[in-house]
Design a protein around this ligand. Structure first.
Ligand code: CAA
Ligand code: NAD
Length: 283
């Protein structure tokens, strides 16, 4: 059976973007969060993105309305009872994800694929709490989802080939490029990106240069679109810290130790752009 109806769990930065690209590709989408206001915040971001597309002549007003009409609110995981795939994009926390997957396993139809957008948590460990580990898979989108072309597709230990193929086909339908990766801490994207960001935070912590100077070096010297500290704020410092902890614990090498300054910022609630303050201050 093909994929027609999608449930996205978490209407934050990633979940709203995933819901948008799924609706753009013609899928019916249920966008789930724990509070109506969180759903509404996600929907307003999607509306803003689509309005910009209309203003720039990339979509018509009718297309914008048709895309929005394909996105429905969900505040209850029981709504997963008639979907073909669930893409989970709630917070980066193993207990939260395992609890969601345990519930989904009892609610979702037998054929449904359970995918997670986790940045770094082991797919195999999430799959293990379900009775369908062969139907659990990592579908790792990049931020901002409507712009970035890559989706890392991560096979858990038990993931079935036909499930991999179905997710690969869906990724192409979303106008993204799938890249196959095995289940090791941080997969590929974050195993390489996050140590670079963490090192930039160490450079700031040790007083090697100012935050602006560190970002300028990487932007102007390496042609990165954003400096590493701006990118950390953009990803979310809580998410960055979780990923470094997973790399440190999972690979056991001190080179992955999270910088104390990163821990301090997260403890202070300075989570980056989404909380209004991280390395930089946002209006
Ligand atoms: N949502 C939708 N579209 C967006 C957007 C957003 N949040 N932000 C920017 N865009 C679009 C803009 O509309 C614009 O498109 P048009 O010019 O066609 O209208 C285009 O992107 C470029 O935007 P801007 O001109 O405003 O700014 P920019 O040139 O600096 O590009 C950027 C913005 C694309 C975000 C760019 O800075 C960039 O590529 N940054 C790096 C992003 C990155 O590294 N992402 C990966 C993060 S790591 C990750 O996701 C994995 C993980 O698990 C943590
Ligand atoms: P976010 O904080 O912006 O959004 C998380 C959303 O999940 C919030 O709206 C929250 O209310 C909701 N949520 C929390 N618990 C929930 C539950 N039990 N049921 C339903 N909704 C719940 O976070 P984000 O940046 O969108 O990250 C989401 C996931 O995507 C994380 O696993 C993260 O590691 C991953 N990810 C993040 C990035 C990034 O750059 N931020 C990139 C790729 C992947």
């Amino acid at each position: 059976m093909g994929i027609q109806k999608v449930m996205v769990i978490g209407a934050g930065q990633m979940g709203s973007g995933i819901a948008q690209v799924c609706a753009q590709a013609g899928y019916d989408v249920l966008l789930n969060d724990i509070q109506q206001s969180f759903f509404e915040r996600g929907l307003s971001v999607i509306t803003k993105n689509l309005t910009r597309d209309v203003e720039k002549g990339r979509k018509t007003a009718d297309e914008k309305m048709a895309i929005l009409s394909r996105i429905q609110m969900s505040l209850d995981l029981k709504d997963a009872s008639d979907v073909d795939i669930i893409i989970e994009a709630a917070v980066e926390n193993m207990e939260v994800k395992q609890s969601i997957f345990k519930q989904l396993d009892t609610i979702a139809p037998a054929h449904a694929i359970l995918a997670t957008n986790t940045s770094s948590l082991p797919i195999t460990e999430i799959a293990a709490v379900t009775n369908r580990p062969e139907q659990v898979i990592g579908m790792h989108f990049m931020n901002p989802v409507p712009v970035m072309k890559l989706v890392e597709i991560i096979r858990g230990l038990a993931t079935a080939d036909e499930v991999y193929k179905a997710v690969e086909e869906m990724t192409v339908k979303l106008a993204k490029t799938p890249v196959e990766v095995n289940d090791f801490p941080g997969f590929i994207a974050n195993r390489i990106l996050l140590p670079m960001i963490n090192e930039a935070i160490y450079a700031l912590y040790e007083g090697v240069a100012s935050k602006e100077a560190i970002d300028d070096v990487m932007k102007l010297g390496m042609n990165h679109p954003m400096g590493p500290l701006t990118l950390a704020d953009f990803i979310g410092l809580d998410t960055c810290l979780s990923i470094m902890e997973i790399l440190h614990e999972g690979l056991g090498d001190s080179k992955y130790r999270p910088c104390p300054l990163l821990r301090k910022y997260v403890a202070a609630g300075w989570l980056g752009k989404k909380s209004g303050r991280g390395f930089y201050v946002y209006e």
